[in-house]
Design a binder for this molecule. Structure first.
Ligand code: HC0
Length: 587
């Protein structure tokens, strides 16, 4: 520890801290529009300037380390005027249009301008070159609103390992975007929306589907079905001032009914269905390897539920496409069974059902419009709302979310196990699969108090586990003694590391889970802003709480899953399942 003086107060601080971190620990908030928790400083916005005794110029607090005896002043007239001028200059070139901006009321630039008491633009002049890029189904970019903070550049390049966005030009002419000012759809953007999740202003957002959903809800000829992803229930509350990690499953269900959805169902139901299909597929691949000695079988098998990951593999690692499970994601399985199985129960045609998804992920908007996702005969999922969009719809409908009673989801696609809940967390699909595979293969029940696979839980980028299969049931005797090796990666730069290790032969696994976003879906690009590791951990904890609070905790024990197989699908990987629930990907 070292001693520094902050605004004439002596403080003991860790010598590894920056001035920004040290002042925050001392309870002093310094504004910044570029620094992100969990990422090194870029010093791009300069809004965090402070005076340091002995230094001629003001110093950026985010990128200045503390030292013994340092004297820091955070609120002198010189500091306040410099910060105010910086914000005024940003506002002078920013195409704000605050009243009509999608970020009105949720904009970090608006917040600092208000906190600094800025009431006029003192330097009116040339505005940044605007330009809307709405080339992708998931995201829209508005360059005129960009403040060049470079947060999107950091997450796209370093966290996701994609590098679709970077700064070009200098000074006033600097543009952040794809190379040669191309559109996002022209470059290998995976549409994960992590850029939109960190953008402090309205420069990158999800493409809104709210108006289309309102129109469907008003259409008497449509039966409008909604499904909610596992991660929504642990984050939606943040839009209504609940602490991160507050579960709002029941209130969310009631709010969806009040919005006018005819049936309120759960993507978790098809997460359970995924475990049945994907587990069967994995065991089939293992049988080909072990019994038939088929060296051509593609192992490890990768999970297929995260559409940003699918796009990433298609762009960067097409040789691994045969390794990706043929299972559609739970979102897409839901759409195809809603428009066939459920439509049949209602006596309706697929065309008379509108399927709306609420997802934490912007890439789900892209996934829903992929040409192969129409096995019901029409588009399986019509519209995808992010968590943020659902919150906006609830607010604009005047629903008092905090005072809603808890509701229950409908049958026959609203019941799910705790194994489906944990799909939302990195490592969760793997754990859910292990819960079922272990019981099916060994015939032994896993005790409820011992379900978690600690080795694949948590925020470490790549996690590994192995499971020795012993005393297998006669049908699975070929797996006797097999050491099942599994791994889970989240954040695409971690997926890239794992794929490189596989490619070079450094690692070998049987089954690998890849989730596009850091932390898994709980950290999706459509979740409430702002998400850092502390928020991710709280949401993950809430998801485990949801799982642990259920009587039903294993996918194969879900009676509605048994019902859909007996009434409609037949068996996992059977003909109808194959047609409705599976697909394949090509580069
Ligand atoms: Fe996910 Fe999913 S768990 S991708 O992260 O598998 O978005 O929450 O809905 O489809 O179930 C997202 C979350 C889902 C799907 C499920 C999977």
């Amino acid at each position: 520890m070292i001693t520094v003086t902050i605004n004439n107060q002596k403080c003991e601080v860790d010598e590894s801290l920056s001035v920004l971190e040290a002042t925050r620990k001392a309870g002093i908030n310094i504004p910044t529009l570029c620094k992100m928790e969990d990422h090194p400083a870029t010093g791009a916005c300069r809004l965090c300037v402070v005076e340091v005794e002995g230094a001629r110029n003001l110093q950026a607090a985010c990128s200045t380390p503390v030292f013994e005896g340092m004297e820091i002043r955070t609120r002198t007239r010189r500091v306040r005027e410099a910060r105010k001028t910086l914000v005024e200059l940003l506002l002078s070139e920013h195409c704000g249009e605050c009243q009509t901006c999608v970020r009105n009321g949720d904009c970090e630039l608006q917040d600092v301008a208000r906190e600094m008491g800025i009431r006029e633009i003192r330097y009116p002049g040339e505005r940044c070159a605007g330009g809307i890029d709405d080339s992708t189904p998931a995201l829209t970019r508005d360059s005129g609103k960009c403040i060049k903070c470079r947060r999107c550049v950091t997450v796209c390049g370093e966290v996701q390992g994609v590098g679709a966005l970077f700064p070009q030009g200098r000074g006033f002419s600097t543009r952040i975007g794809p190379a040669f000012t191309m559109d996002l759809d022209d470059v290998p953007c995976v549409q994960c929306g992590q850029c939109a999740a960190v953008c402090p202003v309205g420069a990158i957002n999800e493409r809104s589907h709210q108006e289309e959903v309102w129109a469907a809800l008003q259409d008497p000829g449509q039966h409008v079905v909604v499904q909610t992803a596992p991660a929504i229930r642990a984050a939606l509350g943040e839009c209504f001032n609940y602490e991160p990690g507050t579960l709002v499953t029941g209130k969310m269900t009631t709010a969806l009914r009040k919005l006018g959805f005819d049936s309120v169902f759960d993507t978790n139901f098809t997460a359970d269905l995924t475990i049945m299909e994907e587990g069967t597929e994995l065991l089939t691949r293992l049988k080909r390897l072990v019994v038939e000695k088929d060296e051509a079988v593609s192992l490890p098998m990768f999970t297929s539920c995260s559409p940003g990951w699918i796009r990433f593999a298609e762009y960067f690692y097409p040789e691994f496409l045969p390794n990706i499970s043929t299972c559609k994601s739970p979102q897409q399985m839901f759409g195809s069974v809603a428009k066939t199985y459920y439509a049949g129960k209602l006596g309706k045609k697929a065309e008379e059902i509108t399927v709306v998804s609420v997802m934490p992920c912007t890439a789900k908007k892209y996934e829903a419009q992929r040409p192969e996702m129409n096995d019901s005969g029409v588009r399986d999922v019509d519209f995808v709302l992010t968590t943020r969009e659902l919150a906006e719809m609830i607010k604009s409908a005047g629903i008092d979310f905090r005072n809603l009673d808890d509701g229950e989801m409908d049958a026959p696609m609203g019941l799910s196990s705790g194994a489906a809940d944990i799909f939302a967390n990195t490592g969760g699909v793997m754990e859910a699969a292990i819960r079922t595979a272990y019981e099916l293969v060994t015939g032994r029940e896993l005790p409820l108090e011992n379900l978690h696979v600690e080795a694949v839980a948590g925020l470490e980028g790549i996690k590994e586990a192995s499971l020795k299969l012993e005393n297998c049931q006669p049908d699975w005797a070929f797996l006797e003694g097999v050491d099942l090796k599994v791994a889970a990666a989240h954040g695409l730069s971690n997926a890239r590391k794992l794929l490189e290790a596989l490619r070079s032969g450094l690692k070998e696994y049987h089954f690998v889970e890849v989730m596009t976003c850091p932390g898994g879906c709980i950290g999706g690009g459509g979740q409430p802003r702002y998400t850092d590791d502390s928020v991710r951990l709280k949401r993950m904890h809430a998801i485990f709480q949801e799982d642990e609070g259920k009587v039903l905790r294993k996918s194969h024990n879900n009676p509605q899953i048994a019902q859909i197989y007996s009434e409609f699908l037949g068996a996992p990987l059977g003909d109808r399942s194959h047609h409705l629930l599976h697909t394949h990907y090509t580069a």
